[in-house]
Write a protein that binds this ligand. Structure first.
Ligand code: OGA
Ligand code: MN
Length: 223
């Protein structure tokens, strides 16, 4: 555990259990959980500082990939991403916090989450991510999605809200302002969601907890 992870659990340790319990309860009741100003402030600040110090060259277009890959297509999304591998202190502390959340949810909900992957995302003015699901039933082992936001002073006029829908037909959805420290968790296969076009730079982190779907003749690839 690095010094930052240590201070996150010492300073904010008490609140974490309350937050983890609320997330578990929400997932059980509705399948999603929206928590404003919930990420430990020391961790939020470190991630924010890191996101601002990263050079644009560390981000790659998320919309580049096979044209027939629905989620990697610049018609669907125009943001840029940078995978979090634990090379920075802030990144490591984030992965540590997610590992604690994973442990808690496994104990409480028996979800069998076994691995985690996560990236920073940068939406420039005009960028969007159209309505999508993070996992298609039976095609992916992504089980639970987590998103946190790193934007101070976000106003309605700034756009860029996350909208979570109950199904593909619903029009209204639940709007989430991408404000600093908000933690959103939802079942990856259940909720179509989108990022409305942002009017200014928007930073978020998205991550996915995966289950192990290995069978004898097919071992899961690492990614
Ligand atoms: C994603 C995603 C939401 C957001 O990266 O899959 O849905 O609000 N992100 O950044
Ligand atoms: Mn998504």
């Amino acid at each position: 555990m690095n010094a930052l992870s240590q201070s996150v659990s010492e300073v904010d340790g008490f609140n974490e259990d309350t937050l983890f319990a609320r997330i578990a309860e929400d997932i059980l009741q509705t399948g999603y959980s929206i928590n404003p100003a919930a990420l430990p402030p020391t961790l939020t600040e470190a991630l924010y500082r890191h996101s601002q110090l990263m050079s644009p060259s560390q981000f790659v277009s998320a919309g580049i990939g096979r044209a027939d890959d629905y989620l990697k297509n610049d018609f669907v999304r125009t943001d840029e991403i940078c995978w979090i591998t634990g090379e920075s202190e802030a990144g490591t502390a984030w992965l540590h916090w997610c590992a604690e959340l994973q442990k808690y949810l496994n104990r409480r909900l028996f979800l069998g989450l076994f691995s985690f992957e996560s990236h920073f995302a940068h939406y420039k003015a005009g960028d969007f991510y159209k309505r999508h699901v993070d996992a298609f039933k039976g095609e992916s082992n992504r089980k639970l999605s987590v998103v946190v936001y790193l934007n101070s002073n976000w106003y309605t006029e700034d756009g860029g809200e996350l909208v979570i829908y109950q199904n593909w037909q619903e029009e209204k959805g639940i709007r989430v302002t991408p404000l600093m420290g908000t933690v959103v968790v939802f079942l990856s296969e259940e909720f179509p969601h989108e990022v409305l076009p942002a009017k200014r730079d928007r930073y978020s982190i998205a991550g996915w907890f995966r289950v192990n779907t290995s069978v004898a003749e097919r071992v899961d690839p690492p990614q």
